[in-house]
Design a protein around this ligand. Structure first.
Ligand code: NAD
Length: 500
């Protein structure tokens, strides 16, 4: 697939994607996209030095001025939305509308960050001592490492980047080794904006290319006070102790095993729409993909037969075609994991309701397209409790809501969740402390498709991180509590007297 004209419109130097050792192929047809230069340890070390120097300058620039830079970057994204969105589709395989949607999320977070740049508030706190004032200030933290996954190749970086920059932090980005070209394109766009803006330090943003060894080097880097890492639970398990050993902060956005409870009073029409969107969107390769359907036993047959009708109409094909709903899996490994999970589900007594076959193999032998599957499981066994990053939905049944909530929370991950019910008591119970244990809990809306205004992230093995909206910005800053004595005496804490 020839992406040279897209790259030149986005300002990417063609030398950056040729002659390197990291070969990038499109999941659409397995065709060659480029050969990107991987960064070695010395390159990463030099990037960290440069990021530190950039941070020292950036922290002196007033936050609203940093916001202005991000506003301009948002404008550049608006201008190049179509090209960057298409590149996301070509490199990651998500359908056109999702590629464009990903760029829109970047634009939205730039707008959010611009507003935020005038709202980095601290509190003023009543002091117990006379003629004293206490307050909080939020200061820039330092250079931030951002490690991202293939399935949101650019938006997750932007969620981190836009906030980090208005907070006064420079950023080193290690994209997924499966999607480095979109990352180089974002970097080229940002550098253009930085040049046109003028008067700001170089190296506010840098990209390093490589796999887990580069990720580990960033995790160990003592001059990176925050490592924001998005990916599998296994990645978080390997990375977090390295960051913790040097008392760095981690912002972890890891795997999910998201469920929907469908209660007897549910509006099935709504539920079916939400299930199809969240179980098959991005070919089941979203952290918030619906993977477990916990349906009241009285509704199971009606719901599954409606779902079968909806699944039968799903158009699978090239994500570049306007009417495609489900594109390819990212690679062969993803396909093998899908097949393995289906086999294990069958071994555990699972009954295939629909889907699971590989399609388009004859015309696209080097690409992995599958028909989204639903498997009815007799119980929530080991395979159901794992995240299989593919369009595989397990259906389970329940008798009473307490049992459903127990099943819902009975997995290690804790990202996104939802209940479909029109019973107020059930809805509120699900959202209460006794209900869903996830970072995202919804009523009558599926688990995927979060808005940037809310804090995004999950509990338990999902890592506990929050990014994007609400007060997620605080992790990119350090808090200083200041006490000012404007009187002429010095009352000591705890009533201690030094004999005066
Ligand atoms: P992955 O864990 O294979 O890789 C993610 C990133 O981490 C890549 O950049 C990779 O190079 C790096 N990495 C991998 N192992 C590492 C290690 N030991 N040390 C340092 N860096 C390492 O994940 P993936 O296959 O790219 O993405 C899919 C996974 O990401 C799924 O589990 C999905 O749920 C998760 N994800 C989570 C969120 C979220 O916000 N919670 C968002 C997107 C994806």
């Amino acid at each position: 697939m020839d992406i040279s004209s897209l790259l030149s419109t986005l300002g990417v130097d063609s030398a950056a994607v040729s002659g390197g050792e990291l070969v990038v192929r499109s999941p659409i047809d397995g065709s060659f996209l480029g050969a990107v230069q991987a960064s070695n340890a010395a390159v990463v070390a030099a990037s960290i030095e440069r990021a530190q120097a950039a941070h020292l300058k950036l922290r002196e620039i007033p936050a609203p001025k940093r916001g202005e830079l991000i506003r301009r970057f948002g404008d550049a994204l608006r201008k190049h939305k179509a090209e960057l969105g298409e590149l996301v589709t070509i490199e990651s395989g998500k359908v056109r509308q999702e590629g464009l949607g990903e760029i829109q999320e970047m634009i939205d977070i730039c707008d959010f960050a611009l507003g935020l740049s005038r709202q980095l508030y601290g509190l003023t706190i009543a002091s117990e001592r006379p003629q004293h004032r206490m307050m909080e200030q939020w200061h820039p933290l330092g250079p931030v490492a951002v490690i991202t996954a293939f399935n949101f190749p650019v938006a997750v970086w932007a969620w981190n980047f836009a906030l980090a920059v208005v907070c006064g932090d420079s950023v080193i980005w290690k994209p997924s080794e499966k999607t480095p070209i979109t990352a180089l394109s974002c970097q080229a766009l940002f550098e253009q904006v930085l040049r046109e803006h003028g008067g700001l330090p170089d190296h506010i943003s840098q990209v390093v290319i490589g796999g887990r060894d580069i990720g580990q080097q960033l995790a160990a880097g003592p001059r990176l006070p925050l490592v924001s890492a998005t990916g599998s639970c296994a990645m978080g398990r390997a990375l977090a102790p390295v960051v913790a050993a040097r008392f760095g902060r981690s912002l972890l956005e890891l795997g999910g095993n998201n469920a929907m409870i469908v209660a007897p009073s549910a509006d099935l029409e709504l539920a079916v729409r939400a299930i199809v969107f969240s179980a098959v969107g991005t070919a089941g390769q979203r952290c918030t993909t619906l993977r477990r359907l916990i349906v009241h036993e009285s509704m199971k047959d009606a719901l599954l037969s409606r779902l079968c009708r909806a699944y039968a109409g799903i158009r699978i094909g090239s994500p570049l075609d306007a009417d495609t709903l489900v594109g390819p899996l990212i690679d062969e490994t993803a396909f093998k994991n899908f097949e393995r999970a289906l086999a294990r589900a069958a071994d555990g007594g699972g009954e295939r309701v629909i889907g699971g076959e590989r399609v388009r193999e004859d015309t696209h032998p080097d690409a992995y397209y599958v028909r989204p599957a639903i498997v009815a499981m007799p119980e929530q066994n080991a395979v159901v409790r794992e995240e299989t990053f593919a369009p595989l939905l397990y259906a389970l049944t329940y008798k009473d809501l307490d049992e459903a909530i127990q099943m819902h929370n009975g997995v290690t991950q804790g990202l996104a969740s939802c209940i479909f019910t029109t019973d107020l008591r059930e809805a509120e119970l699900f959202l209460s402390a006794r209900g869903s244990d996830c970072g995202i809990a919804n009523v009558n809306i599926g688990p995927s498709g979060a808005e940037i205004g809310g804090a995004f992230g999950g509990e338990k093995a999902t890592g506990g991180g929050r990014e994007s909206g609400s007060d997620a910005w605080k992790i990119y800053m350090r808090r200083a509590t200041n006490t000012i004595n404007y009187g002429s005496t010095l009352p000591l804490a705890q009533g201690i007297s030094f004999g005066d």
